[in-house]
Design a protein around this ligand. Sequence first.
Ligand SMILES: Cc1cc2nc3c(=O)[nH]c(=O)nc-3n(C[C@H](O)[C@H](O)[C@H](O)COP(=O)(O)OP(=O)(O)OC[C@H]3O[C@@H](n4cnc5c(N)ncnc54)[C@H](O)[C@@H]3O)c2cc1C
Ligand code: SF4
Length: 555
Amino acid sequence: MELSRTPDVVVIGSGAGGASVAWGLVSQGAEVLLLEAGPRFDPSVDYPQDRPDWERRAFPQKPGSRTRVLYGDLGILNADDRDLMRWSKVAGRDVPVLGSARVASGGGYSHVMGVGGSTLHFVGEAHRLHPDAFRLHSLTDAGVDWPMSYQALEPYYSKIEHAIGMAGTDAGPGRAQSRDFPMPAHPLSPGARVLAEAGRKIGRPWSVNPRAVNSRVYDERPACNYCGQCSRGCPLGDKASMDVSLLRRAMDSGRLTIVSEAQVTRLLLGKQGVISAVEVVSQGQKHRVETPQVVLAAGAVNSPRLLLASANAEQPDGIANGSGQVGRNFMETLWWNSAGLLPGLRNSHMGLPADATDWGMAHPASVPGLAGGYKLTHTTLDTGLNGPIGYAARLLPGFGAEWKAQMRARFGSAVSVGAVGQVIADERSKVSLDPEQVDAFGMALPRIDSVLTDNSLALLREMARGCREVLSRAGVEIAEETSNWDAFQSTHVFGTARMGLDSAEAVVDGQGRSFDHPNLWIADASVFPSSGAGEAPSLTIMALAARTADAILAG
Ligand SMILES: Cc1cc2nc3c(=O)[nH]c(=O)nc-3n(C[C@H](O)[C@H](O)[C@H](O)COP(=O)(O)OP(=O)(O)OC[C@H]3O[C@@H](n4cnc5c(N)ncnc54)[C@H](O)[C@@H]3O)c2cc1C
Ligand code: SF4
Protein backbone atom coordinates (compact mmCIF):
# COMPACT_ATOMS: atom_id res chain seq x y z
CA MET A 1 0.00 0.00 0.00
CA GLU A 2 1.36 3.40 -1.05
CA LEU A 3 0.91 4.89 2.41
CA SER A 4 3.07 2.30 4.18
CA ARG A 5 6.27 3.21 2.28
CA THR A 6 8.69 5.91 3.39
CA PRO A 7 9.34 8.19 0.40
CA ASP A 8 12.18 10.70 0.18
CA VAL A 9 9.68 13.54 0.33
CA VAL A 10 5.98 13.84 1.17
CA VAL A 11 4.23 16.67 -0.69
CA ILE A 12 0.85 17.85 0.64
CA GLY A 13 -1.42 19.29 -2.07
CA SER A 14 -1.14 18.97 -5.87
CA GLY A 15 -1.93 22.50 -7.13
CA ALA A 16 0.48 24.91 -8.82
CA GLY A 17 2.99 24.68 -5.97
CA GLY A 18 2.70 20.99 -5.01
CA ALA A 19 2.82 19.71 -8.58
CA SER A 20 5.84 21.87 -9.42
CA VAL A 21 7.85 20.86 -6.38
CA ALA A 22 7.02 17.17 -7.00
CA TRP A 23 8.04 17.49 -10.67
CA GLY A 24 11.29 19.26 -9.69
CA LEU A 25 12.13 16.54 -7.16
CA VAL A 26 11.36 13.43 -9.23
CA SER A 27 13.15 14.92 -12.27
CA GLN A 28 16.30 14.80 -10.16
CA GLY A 29 15.83 11.26 -8.85
CA ALA A 30 13.85 11.67 -5.61
CA GLU A 31 10.94 9.36 -4.67
CA VAL A 32 7.89 11.49 -3.87
CA LEU A 33 4.54 10.68 -2.28
CA LEU A 34 1.96 13.34 -3.12
CA LEU A 35 -1.11 13.45 -0.86
CA GLU A 36 -4.09 15.31 -2.32
CA ALA A 37 -7.31 15.86 -0.38
CA GLY A 38 -9.48 16.21 -3.49
CA PRO A 39 -10.52 13.72 -6.19
CA ARG A 40 -9.18 13.18 -9.71
CA PHE A 41 -10.83 14.79 -12.75
CA ASP A 42 -10.71 13.30 -16.25
CA PRO A 43 -10.79 16.14 -18.83
CA SER A 44 -12.42 14.09 -21.60
CA VAL A 45 -15.23 12.84 -19.35
CA ASP A 46 -15.71 15.44 -16.64
CA TYR A 47 -15.68 18.66 -18.72
CA PRO A 48 -18.46 18.20 -21.30
CA GLN A 49 -18.56 21.55 -23.11
CA ASP A 50 -20.56 20.12 -26.01
CA ARG A 51 -23.90 19.94 -24.16
CA PRO A 52 -26.77 22.35 -24.95
CA ASP A 53 -26.70 23.67 -21.36
CA TRP A 54 -22.94 24.43 -21.42
CA GLU A 55 -23.47 28.03 -20.44
CA ARG A 56 -25.22 27.09 -17.20
CA ARG A 57 -22.46 24.74 -16.11
CA ALA A 58 -19.66 25.86 -13.81
CA PHE A 59 -16.54 23.78 -13.15
CA PRO A 60 -17.97 20.36 -12.13
CA GLN A 61 -18.08 19.34 -8.49
CA LYS A 62 -17.35 15.88 -7.12
CA PRO A 63 -17.51 14.67 -3.52
CA GLY A 64 -14.64 16.33 -1.67
CA SER A 65 -13.79 18.86 -4.39
CA ARG A 66 -15.32 21.90 -2.72
CA THR A 67 -13.19 23.92 -0.30
CA ARG A 68 -15.08 24.59 2.94
CA VAL A 69 -14.28 28.01 4.38
CA LEU A 70 -15.98 30.27 6.93
CA TYR A 71 -15.87 34.06 6.84
CA GLY A 72 -15.29 36.47 9.71
CA ASP A 73 -14.70 40.21 9.32
CA LEU A 74 -14.88 41.16 5.63
CA GLY A 75 -15.37 44.90 6.31
CA ILE A 76 -18.38 47.24 6.34
CA LEU A 77 -19.78 48.88 3.20
CA ASN A 78 -19.50 52.60 3.85
CA ALA A 79 -22.10 54.78 2.08
CA ASP A 80 -19.34 57.20 1.00
CA ASP A 81 -17.99 54.46 -1.27
CA ARG A 82 -21.25 53.74 -3.03
CA ASP A 83 -19.68 54.74 -6.37
CA LEU A 84 -17.93 51.34 -6.19
CA MET A 85 -21.21 49.43 -6.02
CA ARG A 86 -21.97 46.75 -8.60
CA TRP A 87 -24.71 47.45 -11.10
CA SER A 88 -26.01 46.17 -14.40
CA LYS A 89 -28.48 47.42 -16.96
CA VAL A 90 -30.63 44.37 -16.27
CA ALA A 91 -30.40 44.08 -12.46
CA GLY A 92 -29.92 47.76 -11.51
CA ARG A 93 -28.07 48.71 -8.32
CA ASP A 94 -28.10 46.66 -5.13
CA VAL A 95 -28.73 49.61 -2.77
CA PRO A 96 -29.67 47.78 0.50
CA VAL A 97 -26.07 46.60 1.07
CA LEU A 98 -24.93 50.03 2.28
CA GLY A 99 -23.89 50.10 5.94
CA SER A 100 -23.89 46.32 6.20
CA ALA A 101 -21.02 43.84 6.16
CA ARG A 102 -19.30 42.88 2.93
CA VAL A 103 -20.31 39.32 2.12
CA ALA A 104 -18.60 36.47 0.33
CA SER A 105 -20.44 35.87 -2.92
CA GLY A 106 -19.80 33.98 -6.14
CA GLY A 107 -18.12 31.30 -4.04
CA GLY A 108 -15.87 33.65 -2.03
CA TYR A 109 -12.68 31.62 -1.84
CA SER A 110 -13.64 28.77 -4.13
CA HIS A 111 -10.45 27.02 -5.23
CA VAL A 112 -11.31 23.54 -6.42
CA MET A 113 -9.78 20.63 -4.51
CA GLY A 114 -8.52 17.91 -6.81
CA VAL A 115 -5.42 16.50 -8.48
CA GLY A 116 -4.10 19.69 -10.09
CA GLY A 117 -5.61 22.01 -7.48
CA SER A 118 -7.01 25.29 -8.67
CA THR A 119 -5.09 25.11 -11.94
CA LEU A 120 -7.95 22.80 -12.98
CA HIS A 121 -10.19 25.85 -13.30
CA PHE A 122 -7.61 28.58 -13.77
CA VAL A 123 -7.71 30.48 -17.03
CA GLY A 124 -4.03 29.91 -17.80
CA GLU A 125 -2.76 33.51 -17.63
CA ALA A 126 0.90 32.95 -16.72
CA HIS A 127 2.80 36.03 -15.58
CA ARG A 128 6.20 36.91 -14.25
CA LEU A 129 6.14 39.58 -11.53
CA HIS A 130 7.72 42.91 -12.38
CA PRO A 131 11.29 43.06 -10.95
CA ASP A 132 10.22 46.01 -8.76
CA ALA A 133 7.44 43.91 -7.21
CA PHE A 134 10.18 42.20 -5.19
CA ARG A 135 11.01 45.59 -3.63
CA LEU A 136 7.56 46.75 -2.54
CA HIS A 137 8.63 48.22 0.80
CA SER A 138 11.75 49.90 -0.56
CA LEU A 139 9.72 51.61 -3.27
CA THR A 140 6.52 52.49 -1.43
CA ASP A 141 7.19 52.23 2.32
CA ALA A 142 4.26 49.80 2.49
CA GLY A 143 4.28 46.02 2.98
CA VAL A 144 7.60 44.14 2.93
CA ASP A 145 10.32 43.32 0.42
CA TRP A 146 10.93 39.80 -0.87
CA PRO A 147 14.02 37.94 0.32
CA MET A 148 15.14 37.50 -3.28
CA SER A 149 15.40 39.43 -6.51
CA TYR A 150 13.77 38.89 -9.88
CA GLN A 151 17.17 37.80 -11.22
CA ALA A 152 17.34 34.97 -8.65
CA LEU A 153 13.97 33.64 -9.79
CA GLU A 154 14.44 34.21 -13.53
CA PRO A 155 16.05 30.80 -14.34
CA TYR A 156 13.09 29.08 -12.66
CA TYR A 157 10.54 31.20 -14.53
CA SER A 158 12.23 30.15 -17.74
CA LYS A 159 12.42 26.47 -16.77
CA ILE A 160 8.73 26.33 -15.87
CA GLU A 161 7.64 28.25 -18.98
CA HIS A 162 9.30 25.63 -21.15
CA ALA A 163 8.03 22.71 -19.08
CA ILE A 164 4.36 23.72 -19.09
CA GLY A 165 4.36 25.40 -22.51
CA MET A 166 3.90 29.13 -22.95
CA ALA A 167 2.47 31.01 -25.91
CA GLY A 168 2.96 34.72 -26.42
CA THR A 169 5.30 37.39 -27.63
CA ASP A 170 7.11 38.23 -24.39
CA ALA A 171 6.67 38.28 -20.61
CA GLY A 172 5.79 41.98 -20.41
CA PRO A 173 7.62 45.29 -19.92
CA GLY A 174 10.70 45.17 -17.69
CA ARG A 175 10.49 41.39 -17.25
CA ALA A 176 13.78 40.34 -18.86
CA GLN A 177 13.78 36.78 -20.25
CA SER A 178 16.78 34.51 -20.74
CA ARG A 179 14.77 32.50 -23.31
CA ASP A 180 11.84 33.25 -25.58
CA PHE A 181 8.55 31.44 -25.08
CA PRO A 182 8.42 28.08 -26.83
CA MET A 183 5.22 28.82 -28.80
CA PRO A 184 3.97 31.71 -30.92
CA ALA A 185 1.16 33.94 -29.66
CA HIS A 186 -2.52 33.10 -30.11
CA PRO A 187 -4.42 35.34 -32.52
CA LEU A 188 -6.22 38.22 -30.81
CA SER A 189 -9.99 37.82 -30.50
CA PRO A 190 -12.38 40.46 -31.92
CA GLY A 191 -12.90 42.06 -28.47
CA ALA A 192 -9.16 42.22 -27.81
CA ARG A 193 -8.58 43.93 -31.15
CA VAL A 194 -11.09 46.64 -30.19
CA LEU A 195 -9.22 47.28 -26.93
CA ALA A 196 -5.82 47.30 -28.63
CA GLU A 197 -7.04 49.97 -31.04
CA ALA A 198 -8.63 52.09 -28.29
CA GLY A 199 -5.54 51.72 -26.07
CA ARG A 200 -3.33 52.91 -28.91
CA LYS A 201 -5.43 56.06 -29.28
CA ILE A 202 -5.18 56.98 -25.58
CA GLY A 203 -1.49 56.09 -25.29
CA ARG A 204 -2.02 52.98 -23.15
CA PRO A 205 -0.88 50.09 -25.33
CA TRP A 206 -2.35 46.61 -25.06
CA SER A 207 -0.32 43.52 -25.82
CA VAL A 208 -0.71 39.77 -26.14
CA ASN A 209 -1.27 38.21 -22.70
CA PRO A 210 1.26 35.41 -21.94
CA ARG A 211 -0.76 32.21 -21.71
CA ALA A 212 0.00 28.66 -20.57
CA VAL A 213 -2.18 27.38 -23.41
CA ASN A 214 -0.84 25.62 -26.49
CA SER A 215 -0.93 27.56 -29.75
CA ARG A 216 0.45 24.45 -31.48
CA VAL A 217 1.06 20.84 -30.47
CA TYR A 218 3.48 20.95 -27.54
CA ASP A 219 4.35 18.57 -24.69
CA GLU A 220 2.27 15.85 -26.45
CA ARG A 221 -0.82 18.02 -25.96
CA PRO A 222 -2.94 19.54 -28.76
CA ALA A 223 -3.42 23.16 -29.78
CA CYS A 224 -6.31 25.21 -28.36
CA ASN A 225 -9.60 25.14 -30.29
CA TYR A 226 -10.78 28.49 -28.82
CA CYS A 227 -13.92 27.12 -27.22
CA GLY A 228 -13.54 29.79 -24.52
CA GLN A 229 -14.38 27.53 -21.56
CA CYS A 230 -11.06 27.51 -19.66
CA SER A 231 -12.52 28.10 -16.19
CA ARG A 232 -15.15 25.36 -16.70
CA GLY A 233 -12.33 22.84 -17.27
CA CYS A 234 -10.38 22.40 -20.50
CA PRO A 235 -11.62 19.25 -22.29
CA LEU A 236 -8.63 19.08 -24.69
CA GLY A 237 -5.74 19.37 -22.25
CA ASP A 238 -4.05 22.16 -24.18
CA LYS A 239 -4.29 24.42 -21.11
CA ALA A 240 -1.40 23.55 -18.80
CA SER A 241 -3.34 22.58 -15.68
CA MET A 242 -1.00 20.59 -13.47
CA ASP A 243 -2.73 17.21 -13.96
CA VAL A 244 -2.09 17.16 -17.71
CA SER A 245 1.31 18.88 -17.65
CA LEU A 246 3.82 18.65 -14.79
CA LEU A 247 2.11 15.81 -12.89
CA ARG A 248 1.73 13.70 -16.05
CA ARG A 249 5.41 14.18 -16.80
CA ALA A 250 6.40 13.48 -13.21
CA MET A 251 4.36 10.25 -13.25
CA ASP A 252 6.28 9.13 -16.35
CA SER A 253 9.45 9.06 -14.20
CA GLY A 254 8.03 6.17 -12.14
CA ARG A 255 9.13 7.97 -8.97
CA LEU A 256 5.91 9.85 -8.16
CA THR A 257 2.98 8.28 -6.31
CA ILE A 258 -0.19 10.36 -6.10
CA VAL A 259 -2.84 9.39 -3.56
CA SER A 260 -6.02 11.38 -4.13
CA GLU A 261 -8.86 11.80 -1.62
CA ALA A 262 -6.19 11.70 1.07
CA GLN A 263 -6.45 14.62 3.50
CA VAL A 264 -3.51 15.38 5.74
CA THR A 265 -4.94 16.24 9.14
CA ARG A 266 -1.78 16.80 11.19
CA LEU A 267 1.96 17.28 10.98
CA LEU A 268 3.65 15.24 13.70
CA LEU A 269 6.66 16.61 15.52
CA GLY A 270 9.65 14.37 16.26
CA LYS A 271 12.90 15.14 18.04
CA GLN A 272 14.90 18.36 17.67
CA GLY A 273 12.17 20.21 15.85
CA VAL A 274 12.00 17.74 12.98
CA ILE A 275 8.64 16.81 11.44
CA SER A 276 8.76 13.02 11.73
CA ALA A 277 5.51 12.06 10.01
CA VAL A 278 2.19 13.26 8.66
CA GLU A 279 -1.22 11.97 9.67
CA VAL A 280 -3.50 11.39 6.70
CA VAL A 281 -7.05 10.09 6.29
CA SER A 282 -7.62 7.97 3.19
CA GLN A 283 -10.59 5.72 2.42
CA GLY A 284 -11.92 6.25 5.92
CA GLN A 285 -8.68 5.08 7.58
CA LYS A 286 -6.18 7.17 9.49
CA HIS A 287 -2.51 6.54 8.50
CA ARG A 288 0.80 7.77 9.77
CA VAL A 289 3.36 8.31 6.99
CA GLU A 290 6.98 8.63 8.12
CA THR A 291 9.11 10.91 6.00
CA PRO A 292 12.50 12.65 6.04
CA GLN A 293 11.19 15.78 4.25
CA VAL A 294 7.74 17.40 4.10
CA VAL A 295 6.56 20.01 1.61
CA LEU A 296 3.33 21.77 2.47
CA ALA A 297 1.51 23.05 -0.63
CA ALA A 298 -2.16 23.10 0.36
CA GLY A 299 -2.75 26.71 -0.77
CA ALA A 300 -2.85 30.03 1.10
CA VAL A 301 -5.92 29.05 3.12
CA ASN A 302 -5.38 25.35 3.83
CA SER A 303 -1.63 25.50 4.48
CA PRO A 304 -1.93 27.86 7.49
CA ARG A 305 -4.96 25.86 8.57
CA LEU A 306 -2.91 22.66 8.73
CA LEU A 307 -0.02 24.38 10.53
CA LEU A 308 -2.38 25.85 13.14
CA ALA A 309 -4.33 22.58 13.48
CA SER A 310 -1.08 20.71 14.20
CA ALA A 311 -0.51 22.57 17.50
CA ASN A 312 0.84 20.36 20.27
CA ALA A 313 2.14 20.74 23.82
CA GLU A 314 5.54 21.92 22.58
CA GLN A 315 4.13 24.20 19.87
CA PRO A 316 0.81 25.47 21.30
CA ASP A 317 0.48 28.17 18.61
CA GLY A 318 0.90 25.71 15.78
CA ILE A 319 3.72 24.22 13.77
CA ALA A 320 6.27 26.61 12.19
CA ASN A 321 4.74 29.53 14.05
CA GLY A 322 7.63 30.85 16.12
CA SER A 323 7.17 34.22 14.40
CA GLY A 324 3.43 34.30 15.11
CA GLN A 325 2.93 35.02 11.40
CA VAL A 326 1.16 31.79 10.37
CA GLY A 327 -2.24 32.78 9.00
CA ARG A 328 -1.42 36.53 9.19
CA ASN A 329 -0.88 38.90 6.22
CA PHE A 330 -3.72 37.37 4.19
CA MET A 331 -4.01 39.20 0.88
CA GLU A 332 -6.94 38.94 -1.51
CA THR A 333 -6.72 40.83 -4.80
CA LEU A 334 -8.78 43.80 -5.87
CA TRP A 335 -10.88 43.40 -8.96
CA TRP A 336 -13.07 45.64 -11.03
CA ASN A 337 -14.86 44.72 -14.24
CA SER A 338 -16.70 46.99 -16.70
CA ALA A 339 -18.56 45.56 -19.69
CA GLY A 340 -20.92 46.75 -22.38
CA LEU A 341 -21.95 46.58 -26.00
CA LEU A 342 -20.17 48.07 -28.98
CA PRO A 343 -22.56 48.82 -31.85
CA GLY A 344 -21.43 47.07 -35.02
CA LEU A 345 -18.97 44.63 -33.41
CA ARG A 346 -19.37 40.97 -34.41
CA ASN A 347 -18.15 37.66 -32.94
CA SER A 348 -16.73 38.94 -29.65
CA HIS A 349 -17.92 35.63 -28.12
CA MET A 350 -15.15 33.84 -30.02
CA GLY A 351 -11.48 33.33 -29.18
CA LEU A 352 -9.20 32.64 -26.25
CA PRO A 353 -10.23 34.14 -22.88
CA ALA A 354 -7.92 36.78 -21.35
CA ASP A 355 -5.93 37.09 -24.56
CA ALA A 356 -4.81 40.74 -24.25
CA THR A 357 -3.46 42.90 -21.47
CA ASP A 358 -2.48 46.47 -20.59
CA TRP A 359 0.60 46.29 -18.37
CA GLY A 360 0.87 50.07 -17.98
CA MET A 361 0.00 50.19 -14.26
CA ALA A 362 1.33 46.74 -13.28
CA HIS A 363 4.05 48.14 -11.06
CA PRO A 364 3.88 48.56 -7.24
CA ALA A 365 4.42 52.33 -7.43
CA SER A 366 2.39 53.10 -10.54
CA VAL A 367 -0.26 55.30 -8.88
CA PRO A 368 1.11 58.46 -7.22
CA GLY A 369 0.31 58.52 -3.50
CA LEU A 370 -0.80 54.88 -3.37
CA ALA A 371 0.97 51.59 -2.78
CA GLY A 372 0.36 48.81 -5.29
CA GLY A 373 -0.59 48.67 -8.92
CA TYR A 374 -3.01 46.91 -11.22
CA LYS A 375 -3.28 45.25 -14.60
CA LEU A 376 -6.05 45.41 -17.20
CA THR A 377 -7.17 42.31 -19.11
CA HIS A 378 -9.67 41.61 -21.86
CA THR A 379 -12.38 39.61 -20.04
CA THR A 380 -15.31 39.22 -22.46
CA LEU A 381 -15.07 35.43 -22.59
CA ASP A 382 -13.86 34.63 -19.09
CA THR A 383 -16.63 36.66 -17.44
CA GLY A 384 -19.25 34.66 -19.35
CA LEU A 385 -20.27 37.09 -22.11
CA ASN A 386 -19.88 34.31 -24.65
CA GLY A 387 -23.42 32.94 -24.60
CA PRO A 388 -27.01 34.23 -24.76
CA ILE A 389 -27.74 33.67 -21.07
CA GLY A 390 -24.91 36.04 -20.12
CA TYR A 391 -26.34 38.73 -22.40
CA ALA A 392 -29.91 38.23 -21.14
CA ALA A 393 -28.98 38.25 -17.45
CA ARG A 394 -26.59 41.19 -17.59
CA LEU A 395 -26.58 43.39 -20.66
CA LEU A 396 -29.86 43.27 -22.57
CA PRO A 397 -33.01 44.15 -20.58
CA GLY A 398 -36.52 43.61 -21.98
CA PHE A 399 -38.67 40.73 -23.19
CA GLY A 400 -40.83 39.52 -26.06
CA ALA A 401 -40.34 39.90 -29.78
CA GLU A 402 -38.51 43.20 -29.51
CA TRP A 403 -36.01 41.72 -27.07
CA LYS A 404 -35.43 38.70 -29.32
CA ALA A 405 -34.70 41.04 -32.21
CA GLN A 406 -32.22 42.94 -29.98
CA MET A 407 -30.51 39.70 -29.02
CA ARG A 408 -30.15 38.67 -32.67
CA ALA A 409 -28.79 42.07 -33.60
CA ARG A 410 -26.44 42.59 -30.65
CA PHE A 411 -25.16 39.13 -29.74
CA GLY A 412 -21.40 39.09 -30.33
CA SER A 413 -20.94 42.81 -29.65
CA ALA A 414 -20.04 42.66 -25.93
CA VAL A 415 -16.64 43.90 -24.78
CA SER A 416 -15.43 43.53 -21.20
CA VAL A 417 -12.35 44.83 -19.37
CA GLY A 418 -11.20 43.55 -15.98
CA ALA A 419 -8.67 45.09 -13.61
CA VAL A 420 -6.84 43.03 -10.99
CA GLY A 421 -5.11 45.07 -8.32
CA GLN A 422 -2.77 44.71 -5.40
CA VAL A 423 -3.79 44.49 -1.74
CA ILE A 424 -1.21 45.47 0.88
CA ALA A 425 -1.13 43.13 3.90
CA ASP A 426 -3.08 44.51 6.86
CA GLU A 427 -3.11 43.21 10.43
CA ARG A 428 -6.90 42.68 10.38
CA SER A 429 -6.73 40.30 7.41
CA LYS A 430 -5.93 36.70 8.30
CA VAL A 431 -6.76 33.00 8.15
CA SER A 432 -7.50 31.41 11.54
CA LEU A 433 -9.21 28.28 12.84
CA ASP A 434 -12.90 28.46 13.61
CA PRO A 435 -13.31 27.75 17.33
CA GLU A 436 -16.38 25.56 16.83
CA GLN A 437 -16.91 24.13 13.37
CA VAL A 438 -14.98 21.11 12.12
CA ASP A 439 -14.95 19.09 8.89
CA ALA A 440 -15.75 15.39 8.44
CA PHE A 441 -12.30 14.46 9.76
CA GLY A 442 -12.60 16.57 12.90
CA MET A 443 -10.27 19.31 11.59
CA ALA A 444 -11.24 22.89 12.49
CA LEU A 445 -12.55 24.81 9.47
CA PRO A 446 -10.51 27.79 8.26
CA ARG A 447 -11.97 31.27 8.73
CA ILE A 448 -11.02 34.23 6.54
CA ASP A 449 -10.98 37.84 7.74
CA SER A 450 -10.23 40.29 4.94
CA VAL A 451 -10.89 44.03 4.95
CA LEU A 452 -10.34 46.68 2.29
CA THR A 453 -8.19 49.56 3.53
CA ASP A 454 -8.35 53.19 2.35
CA ASN A 455 -5.40 52.42 0.05
CA SER A 456 -7.36 49.50 -1.47
CA LEU A 457 -10.49 51.61 -1.99
CA ALA A 458 -8.49 54.37 -3.68
CA LEU A 459 -6.75 51.84 -5.93
CA LEU A 460 -10.12 50.28 -6.79
CA ARG A 461 -11.30 53.71 -8.01
CA GLU A 462 -8.19 54.01 -10.18
CA MET A 463 -8.91 50.56 -11.61
CA ALA A 464 -12.50 51.56 -12.40
CA ARG A 465 -11.20 54.69 -14.13
CA GLY A 466 -8.76 52.62 -16.21
CA CYS A 467 -11.47 50.18 -17.35
CA ARG A 468 -13.95 52.94 -18.20
CA GLU A 469 -11.39 55.03 -20.05
CA VAL A 470 -10.46 52.35 -22.57
CA LEU A 471 -14.06 51.19 -23.07
CA SER A 472 -15.31 54.70 -23.57
CA ARG A 473 -12.54 55.45 -26.12
CA ALA A 474 -13.59 52.29 -27.96
CA GLY A 475 -17.21 53.52 -28.09
CA VAL A 476 -18.58 50.78 -25.81
CA GLU A 477 -21.82 51.60 -23.98
CA ILE A 478 -21.06 50.32 -20.46
CA ALA A 479 -23.95 48.18 -19.19
CA GLU A 480 -22.50 46.39 -16.17
CA GLU A 481 -19.85 46.97 -13.50
CA THR A 482 -18.80 44.61 -10.72
CA SER A 483 -16.06 44.66 -8.12
CA ASN A 484 -14.98 43.11 -4.87
CA TRP A 485 -15.96 46.25 -2.96
CA ASP A 486 -19.34 44.66 -2.15
CA ALA A 487 -18.44 40.99 -2.61
CA PHE A 488 -15.47 39.09 -1.27
CA GLN A 489 -14.54 36.79 -4.13
CA SER A 490 -10.86 36.20 -4.65
CA THR A 491 -9.29 33.87 -7.17
CA HIS A 492 -5.79 34.95 -6.05
CA VAL A 493 -4.93 34.77 -2.35
CA PHE A 494 -1.54 35.05 -0.68
CA GLY A 495 0.70 35.69 2.27
CA THR A 496 -0.34 33.45 5.18
CA ALA A 497 3.07 31.78 5.66
CA ARG A 498 5.26 34.45 4.18
CA MET A 499 8.93 34.16 3.28
CA GLY A 500 11.54 36.57 4.56
CA LEU A 501 15.04 37.02 5.86
CA ASP A 502 14.14 37.39 9.54
CA SER A 503 12.71 34.46 11.54
CA ALA A 504 10.89 36.96 13.79
CA GLU A 505 8.93 38.35 10.84
CA ALA A 506 8.49 35.42 8.49
CA VAL A 507 7.51 31.73 8.51
CA VAL A 508 9.94 30.43 5.86
CA ASP A 509 13.22 31.63 4.39
CA GLY A 510 13.79 32.59 0.75
CA GLN A 511 14.03 28.93 -0.28
CA GLY A 512 10.70 28.05 1.36
CA ARG A 513 12.25 26.30 4.38
CA SER A 514 10.63 26.71 7.79
CA PHE A 515 12.76 28.70 10.25
CA ASP A 516 11.55 26.41 13.04
CA HIS A 517 11.66 22.93 11.45
CA PRO A 518 14.61 22.08 9.20
CA ASN A 519 12.76 19.41 7.17
CA LEU A 520 9.53 21.38 6.61
CA TRP A 521 9.13 23.43 3.43
CA ILE A 522 6.22 25.49 2.10
CA ALA A 523 5.65 25.81 -1.65
CA ASP A 524 2.40 27.57 -2.51
CA ALA A 525 0.82 31.03 -2.62
CA SER A 526 1.04 31.38 1.16
CA VAL A 527 4.77 32.21 0.97
CA PHE A 528 4.29 35.41 -1.10
CA PRO A 529 5.42 38.42 1.00
CA SER A 530 3.37 40.61 -1.37
CA SER A 531 1.14 39.78 -4.29
CA GLY A 532 2.58 41.67 -7.24
CA ALA A 533 0.64 44.39 -9.01
CA GLY A 534 -2.19 42.35 -10.52
CA GLU A 535 -0.11 39.68 -12.24
CA ALA A 536 -1.66 36.19 -12.19
CA PRO A 537 0.28 34.25 -9.54
CA SER A 538 0.54 30.62 -10.71
CA LEU A 539 3.73 30.97 -12.76
CA THR A 540 5.49 32.59 -9.78
CA ILE A 541 4.15 29.88 -7.43
CA MET A 542 5.54 27.23 -9.82
CA ALA A 543 8.92 28.97 -10.19
CA LEU A 544 9.30 29.35 -6.42
CA ALA A 545 8.35 25.68 -5.94
CA ALA A 546 10.89 24.50 -8.52
CA ARG A 547 13.50 26.54 -6.64
CA THR A 548 12.42 24.92 -3.37
CA ALA A 549 12.83 21.47 -4.96
CA ASP A 550 16.46 22.33 -5.77
CA ALA A 551 17.03 23.58 -2.22
CA ILE A 552 15.61 20.36 -0.70
CA LEU A 553 17.93 18.25 -2.84
CA ALA A 554 20.89 20.50 -2.05
CA GLY A 555 20.30 19.58 1.64
C1 LIG B 1 -11.54 30.55 -11.44
C2 LIG B 1 -10.07 30.80 -11.23
C3 LIG B 1 -9.29 31.30 -12.27
C4 LIG B 1 -7.93 31.53 -12.07
N1 LIG B 1 -7.17 31.95 -13.14
C5 LIG B 1 -5.83 32.08 -12.97
C6 LIG B 1 -5.00 32.36 -14.08
O1 LIG B 1 -5.45 32.49 -15.22
N2 LIG B 1 -3.65 32.45 -13.85
C7 LIG B 1 -3.11 32.29 -12.60
O2 LIG B 1 -1.89 32.39 -12.47
N3 LIG B 1 -3.89 32.03 -11.55
C8 LIG B 1 -5.23 31.89 -11.70
N4 LIG B 1 -6.00 31.55 -10.63
C9 LIG B 1 -5.37 31.40 -9.31
C10 LIG B 1 -4.58 30.12 -9.25
O3 LIG B 1 -5.36 29.04 -9.67
C11 LIG B 1 -4.08 29.90 -7.83
O4 LIG B 1 -3.50 31.08 -7.34
C12 LIG B 1 -3.00 28.85 -7.75
O5 LIG B 1 -3.35 27.72 -8.50
C13 LIG B 1 -2.77 28.48 -6.31
O6 LIG B 1 -1.82 27.44 -6.24
P1 LIG B 1 -1.47 26.79 -4.83
O7 LIG B 1 -0.48 25.72 -5.10
O8 LIG B 1 -1.14 27.85 -3.87
O9 LIG B 1 -2.85 26.16 -4.28
P2 LIG B 1 -3.99 25.27 -4.96
O10 LIG B 1 -3.88 25.25 -6.44
O11 LIG B 1 -5.28 25.73 -4.35
O12 LIG B 1 -3.64 23.77 -4.49
C14 LIG B 1 -3.75 23.35 -3.17
C15 LIG B 1 -4.11 21.87 -3.19
O13 LIG B 1 -3.94 21.35 -1.87
C16 LIG B 1 -5.00 20.48 -1.58
N5 LIG B 1 -5.15 20.41 -0.12
C17 LIG B 1 -5.66 21.36 0.70
N6 LIG B 1 -5.60 20.94 1.98
C18 LIG B 1 -5.07 19.69 1.96
C19 LIG B 1 -4.77 18.75 2.98
N7 LIG B 1 -5.00 19.02 4.27
N8 LIG B 1 -4.25 17.54 2.62
C20 LIG B 1 -4.00 17.26 1.29
N9 LIG B 1 -4.27 18.15 0.29
C21 LIG B 1 -4.78 19.35 0.63
C22 LIG B 1 -6.19 21.09 -2.28
O14 LIG B 1 -7.19 20.11 -2.51
C23 LIG B 1 -5.56 21.60 -3.57
O15 LIG B 1 -5.63 20.66 -4.61
C24 LIG B 1 -7.35 31.31 -10.81
C25 LIG B 1 -8.14 30.81 -9.76
C26 LIG B 1 -9.48 30.55 -9.95
C27 LIG B 1 -10.27 30.02 -8.79
S1 SF4 C 1 -10.21 27.93 -25.01
FE1 SF4 C 1 -8.50 26.49 -25.39
S2 SF4 C 1 -7.53 26.33 -23.33
FE2 SF4 C 1 -9.55 27.18 -22.99
S3 SF4 C 1 -10.84 25.38 -22.59
FE3 SF4 C 1 -11.01 25.82 -24.80
S4 SF4 C 1 -9.50 24.49 -25.73
FE4 SF4 C 1 -8.96 24.62 -23.55
